[in-house]
Design a protein around this ligand. Structure first.
Ligand SMILES: Cc1ncc(COP(=O)(O)O)c(C=O)c1O
Length: 446
């Protein structure tokens, strides 16, 4: 046993300890974890919002901070025993400022929201009164549910759309990108109290400065949701929403490669309102283990290796986009500036019309299922000016953050684009492709 243990590195030893007890106490869950681990290892994770958190982040997540209750703020808690939680949370907040190059004289951090959706709701409820107006990006154009999704019939679905009055801006039909002059005109017409930018399927960089100018021209606050882009902004490979936005929200598990969670950074003038909207407004005890893991991922984001990582994410996405275009795939906006690609399957540029093998009904759903069978895990997605339904939309969304964490580069992206073409255009047997995918993934450890 001792000899075997010394062959393992520190992380493996820790994991072995945790999993040894789980195996004995709850074999059903243990087996499911092992199966999921295997799935993540042998398939290609290409969902742009997913990534592989480091063993260090996962170690922090499994730490004793999960046992603690700490309602309130550092130094002002409703429970005793928070001396180390206070230190840990203050460290997470300081690191967030450092990663984004901000000073505490101007900016305030809150790492307590359990997700970016809750972070967005907290910001909205902090800044607006019920019934006030929000201008946000249309979901079918790439916006996010939490920015106030309503059905086309007008029925509110997202909680924010039940309380607030939502109107939308979108991309242009011909370019599939924003026309900022048109957004300004719309803002003047709609007179929102809050403008939100940020999307879940918008492959182009956002001009935060222009968005802030639009918001402030009509007297609105500006929330920049950089859920997807946080790591790319931290690594300085994308433009920063600071100092333009009044508030910035972000996920921590996506390109920032941390635990599932969120960070809110606001101008100091909104500090109390934002903190109170989170607690007691929306949450009780914060997940201290998650905040601990956020602190760790922020430390990791300060290493030079992280900058190289995020640079490679974008390089990989651009190569993948170029290769897919060579095969005739129709990319929304013609390409990407970041980590994600949105394909409109309704047209294949090279074939002239519909994509094979089911020219009449290959939609995003069917394509995502076929690719999953081939070991390429992506998600179906609506495209701007959608003609399908949310369950059978016309697009698929692909991303490179997780593959890049595994060390994949240009060569692998070219091969993956070829497999996607073989599955979706040539109708190649997915089992055959899966065998080849497994061969490749074996060479790239998580
Ligand atoms: C732009 C945007 N905001 C918010 C969210 C919500 O993130 P979470 O899943 O952490 O609630 C997402 C999720 O993908 C997103 O894309």
């Amino acid at each position: 046993m001792f000899a075997k243990k010394t062959l393992l590195n520190y992380d493996e030893q820790e994991e072995t300890k945790i999993f040894m007890s789980l195996k004995i106490i709850d074999p059903e869950i243990f087996n499911l974890i092992k199966k999921e681990e295997q799935r993540q290892k042998e398939k290609l994770t290409m969902i742009p919002s997913e990534n592989y958190a480091s063993p260090t982040v996962r170690e922090a997540l499994a730490s004793v901070f999960t046992n603690k209750y700490s309602e309130g703020e550092p130094g002002k808690r409703y429970y005793q025993g928070n001396e180390f939680v206070d230190e840990m949370e203050k460290l997470a907040n300081t690191r967030a400022l450092k990663v984004f190059g901000l000073s505490k004289e101007k900016w305030h951090v809150n790492c307590k929201a359990v997700s970016a959706s809750i972070a967005n709701l907290a910001v909205i409820t902090a800044l607006l009164e019920p019934g006030q107006k929000i201008l946000s990006m249309d979901l079918t154009h790439g916006g996010h549910l939490s920015h106030g999704w309503k059905l086309s019939s007008g029925k509110p679905i997202a909680f924010s759309s039940k309380i607030f009055n939502i109107s939308y801006y979108g991309v242009e039909k011909n370019t599939q990108v924003f026309d900022y002059d048109k957004i300004l005109k719309l803002a003047k017409k709609e007179k929102p109290q809050l403008l939100i930018s940020g999307g879940t399927a918008y492959a182009r960089d956002i001009d935060y400065k222009k968005m802030a100018t639009i918001a402030h021209a009509v007297g609105a606050y500006y929330l920049a949701d950089v859920a997807h882009e946080a790591g790319l902004i931290a690594g300085k490979v994308l433009k920063s929403p600071f100092p333009h936005a009044d508030v910035v929200t972000m996920s921590t598990q996506k390109t920032l490669r941390g635990p599932r969670g969120a960070i809110i950074i606001c101008k100091n003038e909104f500090k109390e309102k934002i903190d109170r909207a989170i607690f007691p407004g929306l949450e009780g005890g914060p997940f201290d283990n998650v905040i601990t893991a956020i602190a760790v991922c922020l430390k990791e984001a300060m290493y030079p290796a992280f900058k190289n990582y995020v640079k490679q994410i974008i390089k990989n996405a651009k190569i993948l986009a170029d290769e897919l275009k060579k095969y005739g795939f129709n990319l929304i906006s013609g390409g990407t500036d970041k980590h994600l690609i949105l394909i409109d399957l309704r047209h294949n540029v090279r074939l002239g019309f519909k994509t094979q093998p089911n020219p009449n009904d290959l939609n995003g759903h069917d394509a995502a299922v076929l690719l999953d069978q081939a070991g390429i895990v992506c998600n179906k997605n609506t495209v701007p000016f959608e003609t399908g339904t949310p369950f059978r939309p016309s697009g698929i969304r692909l991303g490179t953050p997780a593959l890049t964490t595994r060390g994949m580069k240009e060569k692998e992206m070219k091969q993956i684009a070829k497999w996607i073409k073989e599955v979706l255009i040539d109708g190649r047997d997915t089992k055959e492709v899966l065998r080849e995918v497994k061969k490749m993934t074996r060479r790239f450890m998580i």
